[in-house]
Design a protein around this ligand. Structure first.
Ligand code: FES
Length: 111
């Protein structure tokens, strides 16, 4: 496995619709269970830097607890004028019953 991947939790620790923040190399990463699919984004809203942990997850989107901007957990894209800046997203691999998160640079770093 790529050394950039870190084991963060077991799949049983996070029920569908829940999220949990973990610290990885100084980055607060929010791992979310979207109907059994594990996704990870930076736990920091791009609007005013509020933590996203505990935000409501629906239809693959998380609502920021502070002002309610919704972000797509797969792409990081936000909705509306307050969500113009996308969230950083991370690659997740489920290995057996363990969730691993990769800290490689996001796709937009290609340029
Ligand atoms: S801080 Fe998240 S929507 Fe304003």
């Amino acid at each position: 496995m790529d050394k950039a991947f870190h084991r963060v939790m077991s799949t049983e620790e996070l029920a569908p619709g829940q999220s949990k923040a973990v610290q990885l190399e100084g980055v607060s990463v929010l791992v979310c269970n979207v109907k059994g699919e594990f996704l990870a984004v930076e736990n920091r809203c791009t609007h005013q830097a509020s933590e996203l942990e505990g935000g409501r997850i629906r239809n693959g989107m998380i609502s920021c607890p502070l002002h309610g901007v919704m972000f797509d957990l797969r792409t990081g894209c936000g909705r509306g004028p307050l969500g113009k800046v996308p969230l950083r997203t991370f690659v997740v691999q489920v290995v057996g019953d363990e969730v691993h998160v990769g800290l490689n640079e996001p796709a937009e770093a290609d340029s």
